[in-house]
Design a protein. Structure first.
Length: 244
């Protein structure tokens, strides 16, 4: 496995950590996905620092309807979902601008996954209206070179949610999370627009264990340029990704 190294430049300054002999193979646009609590944002920050990529983070806490949604999902689902859809699209528009299109980018969400939430929470008429807007916007969104789908068991996710202590997540329904995780599995099990790397994060600690990040980093490098629709899985911090 390649090691992450820090090189010293001609001015005596230390450059950012980058796996040896792989700098030219960094994918231009990587998306990190998965249920809340799996480590998307943490991994995005580590990847961005390692390859000097711009980070695009999902707008979550800025959604003014989210606390109401967690209290009563049916009553507040449509306005919550439309806020997410439109705010995500506004972010995605940036990726088509020349300055961003030509540099490395990492995002902690895939625009197309927005419909997972819509399908779980919206009524039939609401979903029909949502779909009209979603289809119009989806055609204008850039496709990533790789989706990294992070997974963890429900009990691990619930523990992580409790540890980070976000007030608007304290009333989240475990049953809703279970349904959401199953929907994620179905969605990313059928995604064909780009290669998918599935990572089991139960035993991975990205910020504390550098070796864990190195393993995932190298797995991303080795799967990013695979054909569309291929799926690899990385289970355990000491294993190499295997083709599904």
């Amino acid at each position: 496995m390649d090691q992450v190294t820090a090189d010293t430049n001609s001015n005596g300054q230390t450059d950012k950590a980058t796996p040896a002999n792989q700098a030219s193979h960094h994918p231009g646009y990587v998306v990190l996905e998965g249920c809340i609590g799996v480590g998307k944002t943490t991994l995005a920050a580590l990847w961005s620092d390692a390859v000097d990529a711009k980070t695009i983070l999902e707008v979550v806490e800025e959604n003014p309807f989210l606390p109401e949604f967690y209290e009563d999902s049916k009553a507040h689902a449509f306005k919550t979902q439309m806020f997410f859809l439109l705010s995500r699209f506004k972010q995605q528009e940036q990726l088509n601008q020349p300055d961003l299109f030509q540099q490395r980018v990492v995002a902690d969400y895939l625009f197309a996954k927005d419909r997972i939430f819509a399908e779980l929470t919206l009524s039939g008429s609401e979903l029909a209206l949502y779909d009209q807007v979603f289809q119009a916007l989806q055609s204008q969104v850039r496709t990533p070179e790789l989706v990294v789908y992070l997974r963890a068991p429900l009990d691990v996710i619930l523990e992580r949610i409790q540890q980070r202590g976000r007030s608007f997540e304290k009333n989240i329904d475990p049953g809703y999370l279970k349904d959401l995780m199953e929907a994620y599995d179905r969605f990313f099990g059928q995604l064909t627009e780009c290669p998918v790397l599935i990572v089991d994060t139960e035993d991975l600690n990205f910020p504390r264990e550098r070796a864990h990040f190195e393993t995932v980093f190298n797995a991303i490098q080795s799967t990013a340029h695979q054909p569309q629709g291929t799926r690899h899985i990385l289970t355990g911090h000491s294993r190499q990704p295997s083709l599904l």
